[in-house]
Each structure stands twice: as C-alpha cells, then as structure tokens.
Design a protein around this ligand. Structure first.
Ligand SMILES: Nc1ncnc2c1ncn2[C@@H]1O[C@H](COP(=O)(O)OP(=O)(O)OP(=O)(O)O)[C@@H](O)[C@H]1O
Ligand SMILES: [Mg+2]
Length: 292
C-alpha cells in the first residue's frame, strides 16, 4: 500500500490565543515497502505528522490517500467506514508504548489487537506468538508472565509486538528507542531490521538519532517548524544539505561530521561519505596522498 500525504496542515486550537500551526503544507509519498526516517527538532511536528497518517488526528487542511496494489484509492483522512477499514492497515507504536500495556499477561496484551479485529482465539494466539518471536521474546517463557514484571526494553518490545500482531501494511514507530540504555537501543534497532526483513510492510521511523536514520532509512524526511524542509536518500540529505542542516541546528551523522571537521582543518577529504567503512577508506586515501 502506498500512502500519499497531500498538502497536509494541522492547526491545534484554531482561533484561540494559543493556536499552534504544527504542520504547514506537507506533501510526500510513502512507497509500498519503503523505510522512511523522520527527523527534526522537538516541536517540529513529527508526532503530529505520524499521528495524522495513522488517522488519529483530523487534518486542518489537505488529505491523506492510500493507493492500493490494484491502483484504487481511499482517502483515509476522512470519516466513513471504508476509510476506517483502510486505517486499520496503519499500525502506530507511540513514544513510550510500554505505558499502554494493561493486560494481566504478555500473551493477553499482544492478543488484544487481533481480538478486536475479530479473529478466533486460535488465530489471535498464532499472531501473538509470531509477533513475540519477531521482537525476540519467547512466548513459552514469558507468555503467561505479567508485562509489568519485564524489564523496560522487554516491555517496549511486547508493546511493539501488540501492534505487529495486527499485521499492519504500514508500521509507524515514534521514537522507539527514547529513554533506553545503549543495549536496549541496539536491541530495538536490530528488531526493526528483522521486522523489515521478515514482514512485507512500509516503515516510518521517527528518531532523534541521525546515525540510526542514516543507517536504516531508504529516505529521510527533515521537519522544521511544521514544514518538510528536505526529503531524499540519507546521502542526498546529509551530504548535500549539510550546511543547511547545521543552520537549523540539527546534527549530521558521525561519519560525514567527522570528515567535515577534517576538511575544515585543511585535510583534503571528500565528506560525502555516510558509512563507516567508506569513511575509513577515504581517510586512508587522504593520508596516503599527503605522504606521496
Ligand atoms: N495536543 C496538542 N495541543 C496543542 N498543541 C500541540 C498538541 N500536540 C502538539 N502540539 C504543538 O504542536 C507542535 C508540534 O508538536 P509535535 O508533538 O508534533 O512535535 P514533535 O516534532 O513530535 O516534537 P518532539 O520531538 O518533542 O516529540 C509543537 O509546537 C507542540 O507544542
Ligand atoms: Mg514527538
């Protein structure tokens, strides 16, 4: 399923003194199977954007359209039965999703979504087991445990399994690594990588971590004050718009940032590199050429 965001604007509390324009004419398309990373400062509109895509917020202007494999379209940002049915194909994992765990056992929690989808108990359990497996939690070991007895990282993974069990075609993750220690952070990213390999879905990842977005996303969308300022491959965005990103106060990933600093100190390096290996090779090349 492709999703088209058309000229989307969102104003909170319109007409009131504290009116806020959170999204300002944003347009882009999420292709089927694509992985999009969204970055931007606090308050730039990232959560408003993804919650709008998930159908949780009504746009003030513009619309969101899903384009199905057969070419037919459904406007999902409007009321109505058909829109609601299509919206169910968009799964969203909120920031700190572990706060939404509520059932007595891990299994019951993960089954909650499939149960609401009207699936049989057997199907619910099958879905839950597959989802728990995907997030690296052993259903035999932890299925009957209370989710509140798990560690922070495990709770979060159970919450993510709850969304995966609904088999969305588009998976939105809003800052899924926020507040986790480095190990928990790496586990979640490894899990996202696995989900991507094993499930046929588009992924929209909101993150503050430039390195994560650079490594995982097919395209990066940069938000600033409610506007989409850049959209392109990580290389296009980070390497071609480096100065502009710095100007709006955003970091760039460690590799181009390191090369940029070497360049500013007079070393003849190409800072259009994103991956660790190519960065190392570029530094070796520059050092060698200096000594020749
Ligand atoms: N429910 C709301 N009512 C009023 N204003 C809101 C509401 N939610 C968000 N805003 C405002 O809209 C703007 C965009 O907020 P949003 O939460 O979408 O940003 P964000 O990029 O997700 O920020 P963060 O990185 O802190 O999560 C901010 O100015 C915020 O204060
Ligand atoms: Mg947010």
């Amino acid at each position: 399923m492709q999703i088209r965001i058309e000229d989307l604007s969102k104003i909170y509390s319109p007409g009131l003194p504290y009116e806020t324009k959170a999204l300002d004419h944003v347009s882009f398309t999420v292709e089927a199977g694509e992985f999009i990373g969204i970055i931007g400062h606090t308050g730039s509109g990232k959560t408003t954007l993804v919650q709008s895509i998930a159908g949780l917020l009504e746009p003030s202007d513009g619309r969101i359209v899903s384009v199905h494999a057969d070419g037919t379209e459904t406007v999902i940002s409007q009321k109505g039965k058909e829109s609601a049915l299509v919206r169910r194909k968009v799964g969203i994992v909120f920031q700190y999703p572990e706060y939404q765990l509520f059932e007595e056992t891990v299994m019951k929690d993960v089954c909650f979504g499939p149960k609401n989808q009207g699936l049989s108990l057997e199907e619910q359990k099958e879905r839950a087991r597959a989802a728990l497996d995907l997030v690296g939690i052993d259903a035999d070991d932890k299925g009957e445990v209370s989710p509140f007895e798990l560690s922070g990282g495990q709770k979060r993974r159970v919450a993510i399994a709850g969304v995966l069990a609904m088999r969305p075609e588009v998976l939105i993750l809003d800052e899924p690594t926020a507040g986790l220690d480095p190990k928990g952070h790496d586990d979640i990213l490894e899990m996202i990588r696995r989900i991507r390999q094993e499930m046929d879905m588009s992924i929209i990842l909101v993150s503050h971590n430039m390195d994560d977005v650079a490594e995982y996303a097919d395209r990066v969308l940069v938000m600033n004050h409610g506007k989409m300022v850049f959209l392109g491959t990580p290389k296009e965005v980070y390497c071609e718009h480096e100065e502009a990103l710095r100007a709006i106060g955003l970091d760039i990933p460690s590799c181009p940032s390191f090369l940029w600093q070497l360049k500013n100190r007079g070393m003849d390096v190409d800072d259009n590199k994103l991956e660790f290996e190519e960065t190392a090779q570029e530094i070796i090349r520059a050092v060698k050429s200096r000594w020749q």
